[in-house]
Design a binder for this molecule. Structure first.
Ligand SMILES: CSCC[C@H](N)C(=O)N1CCC[C@H]1C(=O)N[C@@H](C)C(=O)O
Length: 383
């Protein structure tokens, strides 16, 4: 898989070609996109973030594709640009016609469509060389397009999930819960962290799901690493082990963390665990439409501060989950976002004490009209 569309590669199977005529914008998602583009003052949008390409087009190899959307006028419509490795797949999956080529042929093909338009590009997901390519082909080459830097145009549409999207996330979380139930009895002293991760991953693959990200299994002092990817460390007796993992179903992720006790951890470790559990449960209970993300973060942080642990809570409370493992809304102190029904978020406070260890507890939560539904069902230990 390559994210660099400018890398020379194999030629298209049968030359550059459009798989069908230009595709109209139709349906709810396209209408929302057109409104969002109008709000951002855009005539067209060059979509390069893989999840956004997938969200709009349905093409599942968004890493190797771009999408041009022209919102209105004679050229209105959308075209997927990908290369000859994906001719069949694009024909099967994409809601829009595909032009099979690599840059610069893709940009040359798009140039007449963007003539004189204000064309947005995704500033967080376009490389400098790709931007130079847009400039060379759409500005310096007579197309006279105005390139506009944008952030979060499509991400804003992805914040509230449809029922179909929630169903995928629910399925991913159910598989992760089943994996945890199957693997938990084997998390004992003498087992390596990476064996635990391998068992979780094998279980999820056996159920047709992928792993949402590199699994964290952080035992003993490694628990002080929030992103402590499973290592060859052997889990010891009387330790805490933090396990953070998720499944991926049809591109949609789940995310859950449990911290488990092996043997009889010290009273100091149990105290950390109880404080984190209190902070997590309070945050979950406060999740409802209208709740401010920054307030939720503060609520859990204040509880950890009251236990003298505020300085050890080294990240935000949580994040949205969907086609990306980390997406909006951000449940953090600086977030201006407010929860709405249909959002799927995590609540995952943690404390990390260098040389000692750490604790994190995380649930995956659907915001509902009446409050919330906790999608993760794996039991939490009471220490
Ligand atoms: C590599 S994906 C990690 C998934 C995990 N559940 C997670 O989101 N974590 C683990 C600890 C912190 C948190 C995280 O990475 N939060 C981000 C959004 C932050 O910047 O705080």
């Amino acid at each position: 898989m390559s994210t660099d569309q400018s890398t020379p590669g194999p030629e298209p199977l049968s030359g550059n070609r459009l798989l069908s005529e230009n595709g109209p914008l139709s349906g709810t998602r396209d209408a929302q996109l057109q409104q969002a583009m109008a709000r951002a003052g855009l005539d067209a949008l060059w979509v390069s973030r893989p999840e956004n390409v997938r969200y709009l087009s349905g093409f599942t190899s968004g890493d190797d594709a771009k999408l041009l959307v022209v919102a209105a006028g004679a050229q209105a419509g959308a075209t997927l640009y990908t290369d000859g490795r994906y001719t069949v797949q694009a024909g099967e999956e994409s809601r829009y016609p595909a032009f099979i080529a690599r840059p610069p042929a893709t940009l040359e093909h798009a140039a007449p469509s963007v003539q004189g338009l204000r064309v947005g590009f995704e500033a967080d997901h376009l490389t400098v060389s790709e931007l130079e390519g847009l400039r060379a082909h759409w500005q310096a080459n007579g197309s006279q397009a105005t390139l506009v830097s944008t952030q979060g145009v499509i991400e804003a549409l992805r914040l509230v999930k449809t029922e179909e999207e929630v169903a995928q996330i629910r399925e991913a979380q159910a598989i992760a819960d089943a994996a945890f139930a199957a693997v938990r009895p084997g998390i004992v002293a003498g087992v390596r962290e990476d064996q635990v991760a391998a068992q979780l991953e094998a279980f999820m693959r056996g159920r047709g799901a992928g792993s949402a990200f590199d699994i964290t299994v952080a035992s003993g002092p490694r628990g002080a690493m929030p992103h402590g990817t499973a290592s060859g460390r052997i889990i010891g007796n009387d330790e805490l082990v933090t396990i953070d993992f998720g499944a991926k179903v049809n591109g949609y992720h789940s995310d859950m963390t449990r911290t488990v006790a092996v043997g009889n951890p010290s009273e100091e470790l149990r105290r950390l665990y109880r404080a984190v559990l209190e902070a997590e449960e309070a945050a979950v209970q406060a999740i409802r439409p209208g709740a401010k993300c920054s307030d939720l973060d503060k609520l859990s942080r204040d509880i950890l501060v009251s236990h003298g642990l505020g300085e050890y809570f080294a990240h935000s409370l949580g994040h949205g989950v969907g086609l990306a493992i980390h997406e909006g809304p951000g449940l953090r102190g600086s977030s201006p976002e407010v929860l709405e029904a249909g959002m799927v978020v995590t609540a995952e406070p943690g404390v990390y004490l260098p040389g000692v260890g750490g604790v994190r507890i995380e649930d995956l939560i659907l915001v509902t009209e009446s409050g919330h539904e906790v999608l993760s069902s794996s039991p939490k230990e009471r220490l």
